[in-house]
Design a protein around this ligand. Sequence first.
Ligand SMILES: Nc1ncnc2c1ncn2[C@@H]1O[C@H](COP(=O)(O)OP(=O)(O)O)[C@@H](O)[C@H]1O
Ligand SMILES: [Mg+2]
Length: 227
Amino acid sequence: MLEIRSLSAGYGTLTALDAVSARLEPGGRLGVFGHNGAGKTTLLRCIVGAHAAHAGEVVFDGKPVLPGNVPATIRRGIAFVPQGHNVFPNLTVADNLATAGLLFDGKFAGEVLKIFPLLEERRGQRACSLSGGEQQMLALGMALMTQPKWLLLDEPSTGLAPVIVRNVMSQLAKVNAAFGTGLIIVEQNVPATLKVVEHGLILKSGRTVFSGEAATLAAKPDLWEWF
Ligand SMILES: Nc1ncnc2c1ncn2[C@@H]1O[C@H](COP(=O)(O)OP(=O)(O)O)[C@@H](O)[C@H]1O
Ligand SMILES: [Mg+2]
């Protein structure tokens, strides 16, 4: 269980998150939406303990996530893929996976390559020679090397062509089904994300303007009113 309990956070006097809550069962899938500056990245950074909330808390499997020790959070089972291509460009696909799994079970690379056959094909190739979509797949594979219970993704579709975005989303669905990994996906591409998630959270200036079923959002023609 991952619980975000009335979390407020900011930078100096600026409030970036204002009493945001969510409660996710193991293997749950949440999409977090909102304009630039809505507080989405701050929320992910608080969940992984990279930023200290000034009120509220994140409770994971009954224990709070303590800020200031991201490696400890990752060891507990929460992995974070920040925005951008988080790969070592000069290392091969296989070495990127091995490096990401250094403190974990390196043999798990076999499982990762099994669900991403394209990475298996390219395992000897340097990451910088992969396309944007392939690099995103590798970044996802690297996060999986920590065998997380929860995977946090900050705008995984940024800079990708629409057809590739659909690929990334279906890979995330595959990971969720294969390993039971819970997903928290921050995205600008709402329709593509709603195909994968079961719950949606819309933030506006740090406040929750919608929290509920993804199907409710998908069925709402005037969704943009919330943004
Ligand atoms: N390191 C920082 N220092 C000061 N202000 C920040 C910092 N990071 C984000 N902010 C501000 O906090 C608010 C929320 O930012 P962020 O969480 O990055 O939003 P989003 O990811 O939804 O675009 C914005 O007003 C942003 O300018
Ligand atoms: Mg952001």
